[in-house]
Design a protein around this ligand. Structure first.
Ligand code: PTJ
Length: 244
């Protein structure tokens, strides 16, 4: 048990969640490396949600509310870190959660699904080998016909490289959470939230709950006034300032 008074409590707590995820069979061992990479960037960001990330969260909330068929993609790391928040988000948007993992394992896909169902998820989809998105070679190409296959907006919490670009080429809009503003996912997404998923999810949920009262034109204005490229540049400048 980590004492709450420990100066690195939050970091140690999230490390434990990833280790527990591996023990439960939902997180890949590669997830440890991914997590370490994220932690390094979080350190450079001062381990807090920046004003730039807040702007991205506002734009992402508007885009998710305007979407005709949004879908939340779930991998082994996010299932371990934020299971309750993923379910809250899917309930708020009345949209499915879809398991989509990079490190191929049918067993782990089923375990992630069951884990989310145990936490109260209503609709968890698994990939179907009969349905693929184009321009992608990895296991992530397999999708569910009632999920990512027909989605117009895909919410992609932290993950590796090239799927975001492929989803965009398949005509979808992508919202990504990634602590590394230089990653391919961050660079290719329609909206990139450069923040730790453990902080960003609750703010995203709160913002969507607030924006639910807004009309379409107000939501569209929020998106029009948002520029992902300059937001990414500002995140990098912020890191550089912290370094100097
Ligand atoms: O469960 P699977 O098989 O789908 O595998 C999932 C991982 C995450 C292991 C896989 O997608 C992978 O290898 O990812 P990468 O290439 O290591 O990339 C993960 C990205 O997420 C990196 O850019 C990290 O900086 C970022 N990241 C890691 N932890 C967090 C994060 N971003 C936000 N919040 C975090 N907590």
């Amino acid at each position: 048990m980590i004492p709450k008074s420990h100066p690195r409590y939050e970091s140690l707590r999230t490390r434990d969640l990833i280790v527990e995820g591996i023990k439960k069979g939902i997180t890949s061992t590669h997830g440890l490396i991914a997590h370490g990479r994220g932690e390094a960037f979080d350190y450079l960001l001062g381990e807090k949600t920046t004003d730039f990330a807040k702007k991205s969260i506002e734009a992402a909330s508007a885009l998710l509310l305007l979407a005709k068929y949004p879908v939340i993609s779930v991998n082994g790391n996010v299932a371990a870190l934020v299971p309750k928040e993923l379910i809250q988000l899917s309930n708020l948007l009345s949209c499915p959660l879809e398991v989509n993992i990079f490190n191929t394992s049918k067993n782990r896909e089923i375990k992630i699904k069951n884990y989310l169902l145990k936490y109260g998820a209503k609709n968890v989809l698994l990939p179907d080998k009969k349905y693929k998105i184009k321009f992608l070679k990895s296991n992530r190409k397999y999708v569910n016909p009632n999920g990512i296959f027909k989605a117009d907006v895909v919410f992609v919490p932290l993950e590796d490289g090239n799927r975001t670009g492929a989803l965009i080429k398949n005509g979808k809009k992508v919202i990504a959470i990634d602590l590394n503003p230089l990653s391919r996912t961050a660079q290719k997404a329609t909206i990139t939230i450069v923040d730790n998923i453990t902080r960003a999810m609750s703010l995203l949920i709160k913002t969507i709950a607030k924006y639910k009262k807004y009309n379409k034109s107000k939501l569209k204005k929020i998106i029009i006034n948002y520029n992902n490229k300059s937001n990414l540049k500002n995140s990098l400048k912020y890191i550089l300032q912290n370094l100097s």
